[in-house]
Design a protein around this ligand. Structure first.
Ligand SMILES: Nc1ncnc2c1ncn2[C@@H]1O[C@H](COP(=O)(O)OP(=O)(O)O)[C@@H](O)[C@H]1O
Ligand SMILES: [Mg+2]
Length: 209
Protein backbone atom coordinates (compact mmCIF):
# COMPACT_ATOMS: atom_id res chain seq x y z
CA UNK A 1 0.00 0.00 0.00
CA UNK A 2 2.82 2.43 0.80
CA UNK A 3 5.29 1.18 -1.81
CA UNK A 4 4.56 4.02 -4.18
CA UNK A 5 5.96 6.57 -1.71
CA UNK A 6 9.59 7.69 -1.84
CA UNK A 7 11.75 7.56 1.29
CA UNK A 8 11.04 11.11 2.44
CA UNK A 9 7.31 10.71 1.87
CA UNK A 10 7.36 7.45 3.84
CA UNK A 11 9.11 9.17 6.70
CA UNK A 12 6.52 11.95 6.73
CA UNK A 13 3.72 9.37 6.70
CA UNK A 14 5.20 7.31 9.51
CA UNK A 15 6.07 10.09 11.95
CA UNK A 16 2.86 10.34 13.94
CA UNK A 17 4.04 11.47 17.35
CA UNK A 18 4.98 15.05 16.53
CA UNK A 19 3.88 18.05 14.54
CA UNK A 20 5.05 18.17 10.94
CA UNK A 21 5.14 20.98 8.43
CA UNK A 22 5.86 19.73 4.92
CA UNK A 23 7.32 22.27 2.53
CA UNK A 24 7.92 21.09 -1.03
CA UNK A 25 7.33 22.35 -4.55
CA UNK A 26 4.12 21.99 -6.55
CA UNK A 27 3.60 18.48 -7.84
CA UNK A 28 6.21 17.00 -5.52
CA UNK A 29 3.69 14.79 -3.69
CA UNK A 30 2.50 16.71 -0.63
CA UNK A 31 -1.17 15.82 -1.09
CA UNK A 32 -0.15 12.27 -1.82
CA UNK A 33 1.79 12.18 1.43
CA UNK A 34 -1.12 13.65 3.39
CA UNK A 35 -3.67 11.22 1.96
CA UNK A 36 -1.41 8.22 2.55
CA UNK A 37 -0.80 9.44 6.07
CA UNK A 38 -4.53 9.22 6.75
CA UNK A 39 -4.54 5.68 5.35
CA UNK A 40 -1.51 4.84 7.53
CA UNK A 41 -3.17 6.19 10.67
CA UNK A 42 -6.30 4.12 10.01
CA UNK A 43 -4.44 0.97 9.04
CA UNK A 44 -2.35 1.07 12.20
CA UNK A 45 -5.32 1.92 14.41
CA UNK A 46 -3.67 5.13 15.59
CA UNK A 47 -7.06 6.81 15.40
CA UNK A 48 -10.64 6.17 14.39
CA UNK A 49 -11.99 8.00 11.34
CA UNK A 50 -13.89 10.47 13.55
CA UNK A 51 -10.66 11.32 15.36
CA UNK A 52 -9.01 12.65 12.20
CA UNK A 53 -9.61 16.17 10.94
CA UNK A 54 -8.37 16.87 7.40
CA UNK A 55 -8.72 20.43 6.19
CA UNK A 56 -7.98 22.53 3.18
CA UNK A 57 -9.08 25.90 1.94
CA UNK A 58 -10.67 25.54 -1.50
CA UNK A 59 -13.47 23.23 -2.62
CA UNK A 60 -11.26 22.02 -5.44
CA UNK A 61 -8.47 20.95 -3.08
CA UNK A 62 -11.01 19.36 -0.70
CA UNK A 63 -12.62 17.32 -3.48
CA UNK A 64 -9.23 16.16 -4.67
CA UNK A 65 -8.19 15.18 -1.16
CA UNK A 66 -11.45 13.26 -0.60
CA UNK A 67 -11.23 11.45 -3.93
CA UNK A 68 -7.66 10.41 -3.34
CA UNK A 69 -8.40 9.11 0.15
CA UNK A 70 -11.34 7.08 -1.22
CA UNK A 71 -9.03 5.63 -3.86
CA UNK A 72 -6.51 4.52 -1.25
CA UNK A 73 -8.72 3.16 1.51
CA UNK A 74 -11.53 2.03 -0.74
CA UNK A 75 -14.37 2.72 1.70
CA UNK A 76 -16.95 5.45 2.03
CA UNK A 77 -15.63 8.55 3.78
CA UNK A 78 -19.03 10.16 4.18
CA UNK A 79 -18.73 10.44 7.94
CA UNK A 80 -15.09 11.47 7.96
CA UNK A 81 -14.14 14.98 8.93
CA UNK A 82 -12.55 15.89 5.63
CA UNK A 83 -13.32 19.11 3.81
CA UNK A 84 -12.80 22.84 3.62
CA UNK A 85 -12.49 24.98 6.74
CA UNK A 86 -15.83 26.51 5.79
CA UNK A 87 -17.71 23.26 5.15
CA UNK A 88 -16.54 21.67 8.37
CA UNK A 89 -17.11 24.78 10.47
CA UNK A 90 -20.64 24.90 9.13
CA UNK A 91 -21.13 21.22 9.95
CA UNK A 92 -19.86 21.76 13.51
CA UNK A 93 -22.04 24.85 13.92
CA UNK A 94 -25.10 22.88 12.82
CA UNK A 95 -24.23 20.18 15.33
CA UNK A 96 -24.47 22.72 18.13
CA UNK A 97 -27.78 23.99 16.83
CA UNK A 98 -26.61 27.02 14.87
CA UNK A 99 -28.51 26.80 11.61
CA UNK A 100 -27.52 29.91 9.74
CA UNK A 101 -28.90 30.94 6.41
CA UNK A 102 -25.78 31.36 4.30
CA UNK A 103 -25.44 34.58 2.35
CA UNK A 104 -23.43 34.23 -0.82
CA UNK A 105 -21.69 37.04 -2.68
CA UNK A 106 -24.91 38.18 -4.32
CA UNK A 107 -26.87 38.18 -1.04
CA UNK A 108 -24.06 40.14 0.63
CA UNK A 109 -24.09 42.77 -2.09
CA UNK A 110 -27.87 43.11 -1.96
CA UNK A 111 -27.68 43.63 1.78
CA UNK A 112 -24.92 46.24 1.45
CA UNK A 113 -26.89 47.97 -1.29
CA UNK A 114 -29.93 48.13 0.96
CA UNK A 115 -27.87 49.59 3.80
CA UNK A 116 -26.28 52.19 1.52
CA UNK A 117 -29.76 53.24 0.41
CA UNK A 118 -31.13 53.39 3.93
CA UNK A 119 -28.22 55.62 4.95
CA UNK A 120 -28.91 57.88 1.97
CA UNK A 121 -25.33 57.58 0.82
CA UNK A 122 -24.29 58.51 -2.69
CA UNK A 123 -24.59 55.26 -4.64
CA UNK A 124 -22.02 56.41 -7.18
CA UNK A 125 -19.48 56.82 -4.42
CA UNK A 126 -20.39 53.66 -2.50
CA UNK A 127 -20.51 50.62 -4.74
CA UNK A 128 -22.13 47.58 -3.06
CA UNK A 129 -19.74 45.11 -4.67
CA UNK A 130 -16.63 47.08 -3.73
CA UNK A 131 -17.80 47.72 -0.17
CA UNK A 132 -18.89 44.14 0.19
CA UNK A 133 -15.47 42.79 -0.75
CA UNK A 134 -13.81 45.47 1.35
CA UNK A 135 -15.80 44.34 4.40
CA UNK A 136 -14.75 40.77 3.69
CA UNK A 137 -11.11 41.78 3.44
CA UNK A 138 -11.32 43.65 6.73
CA UNK A 139 -12.96 40.70 8.47
CA UNK A 140 -10.20 38.39 7.31
CA UNK A 141 -7.43 40.70 8.43
CA UNK A 142 -5.97 40.61 11.90
CA UNK A 143 -6.92 44.16 12.82
CA UNK A 144 -10.04 45.95 11.74
CA UNK A 145 -9.43 49.57 10.91
CA UNK A 146 -12.10 51.43 9.03
CA UNK A 147 -10.93 54.00 6.51
CA UNK A 148 -14.04 56.16 6.94
CA UNK A 149 -16.93 56.61 9.38
CA UNK A 150 -19.37 55.68 6.61
CA UNK A 151 -17.77 52.31 5.99
CA UNK A 152 -17.70 51.61 9.70
CA UNK A 153 -21.40 52.43 9.88
CA UNK A 154 -22.18 50.20 6.88
CA UNK A 155 -20.16 47.40 8.44
CA UNK A 156 -21.92 47.65 11.80
CA UNK A 157 -25.33 47.65 10.18
CA UNK A 158 -24.33 44.78 7.93
CA UNK A 159 -23.29 42.61 10.86
CA UNK A 160 -26.40 43.55 12.81
CA UNK A 161 -28.65 42.66 9.89
CA UNK A 162 -26.94 39.28 9.53
CA UNK A 163 -27.46 38.49 13.21
CA UNK A 164 -31.11 39.56 13.06
CA UNK A 165 -31.70 37.34 10.03
CA UNK A 166 -29.88 34.42 11.68
CA UNK A 167 -27.60 34.57 8.66
CA UNK A 168 -23.89 34.24 8.06
CA UNK A 169 -21.71 35.16 5.12
CA UNK A 170 -18.73 32.95 4.24
CA UNK A 171 -16.38 34.85 6.53
CA UNK A 172 -18.76 34.60 9.46
CA UNK A 173 -18.95 30.84 9.13
CA UNK A 174 -15.35 30.74 10.34
CA UNK A 175 -15.58 33.71 12.69
CA UNK A 176 -18.75 32.46 14.37
CA UNK A 177 -17.36 28.99 14.85
CA UNK A 178 -14.16 30.36 16.36
CA UNK A 179 -16.22 32.54 18.70
CA UNK A 180 -18.17 29.47 19.82
CA UNK A 181 -14.90 27.69 20.55
CA UNK A 182 -13.57 30.72 22.43
CA UNK A 183 -16.58 31.20 24.64
CA UNK A 184 -17.48 27.56 25.25
CA UNK A 185 -14.76 25.73 27.20
CA UNK A 186 -16.66 22.46 27.10
CA UNK A 187 -17.03 22.55 23.32
CA UNK A 188 -13.37 23.45 22.83
CA UNK A 189 -12.29 20.63 25.09
CA UNK A 190 -14.52 18.21 23.21
CA UNK A 191 -12.81 19.07 19.92
CA UNK A 192 -9.36 18.99 21.48
CA UNK A 193 -10.04 15.52 22.86
CA UNK A 194 -11.79 14.19 19.79
CA UNK A 195 -9.23 15.02 17.11
CA UNK A 196 -6.03 13.09 17.55
CA UNK A 197 -4.73 14.13 14.13
CA UNK A 198 -5.24 17.40 12.29
CA UNK A 199 -3.94 17.47 8.72
CA UNK A 200 -4.03 20.55 6.53
CA UNK A 201 -3.40 20.57 2.80
CA UNK A 202 -2.62 23.75 0.86
CA UNK A 203 -1.67 25.38 4.17
CA UNK A 204 -0.29 28.43 2.36
CA UNK A 205 -3.86 29.35 1.33
CA UNK A 206 -5.16 29.73 4.87
CA UNK A 207 -6.05 33.24 6.06
CA UNK A 208 -5.57 35.02 9.38
CA UNK A 209 -8.74 33.57 10.84
N1 LIG B 1 6.67 8.96 -4.86
C1 LIG B 1 5.91 9.11 -5.94
N2 LIG B 1 5.96 8.22 -6.95
C2 LIG B 1 5.20 8.37 -8.04
N3 LIG B 1 4.33 9.37 -8.25
C3 LIG B 1 4.22 10.31 -7.29
C4 LIG B 1 5.00 10.24 -6.09
N4 LIG B 1 4.66 11.30 -5.32
C5 LIG B 1 3.74 11.99 -6.00
N5 LIG B 1 3.47 11.41 -7.18
C6 LIG B 1 2.50 11.88 -8.19
O1 LIG B 1 2.82 13.21 -8.55
C7 LIG B 1 1.62 13.96 -8.78
C8 LIG B 1 1.61 15.19 -7.90
O2 LIG B 1 1.47 14.79 -6.53
P1 LIG B 1 0.67 15.65 -5.48
O3 LIG B 1 0.57 14.88 -4.22
O4 LIG B 1 -0.60 16.13 -6.07
O5 LIG B 1 1.68 16.87 -5.30
P2 LIG B 1 1.52 18.25 -4.48
O6 LIG B 1 0.34 18.09 -3.56
O7 LIG B 1 2.82 18.41 -3.75
O8 LIG B 1 1.32 19.31 -5.50
C9 LIG B 1 0.47 13.03 -8.52
O9 LIG B 1 -0.02 12.50 -9.72
C10 LIG B 1 1.09 11.95 -7.64
O10 LIG B 1 0.41 10.72 -7.76
MG1 LIG C 1 -1.39 19.23 -3.46
Amino acid sequence: MFDSLNEQQKKAVEICDKNLLIIAGAGSGKTKTLTYKIAYILKNNLAKPYEILALTFTNKAADEMKQRIVNIINTSIENFYIGTFHALSLRFLRKIGKNYTIYDKHDQEMLVKDIIQSLNLDKNKFSPSKISSYISKLKNSANMEFPTKEIEKIYNMYEERLVNANAADFDNILINFINELKKNDELRLKFQNQFKFILIDEYQDTNNI
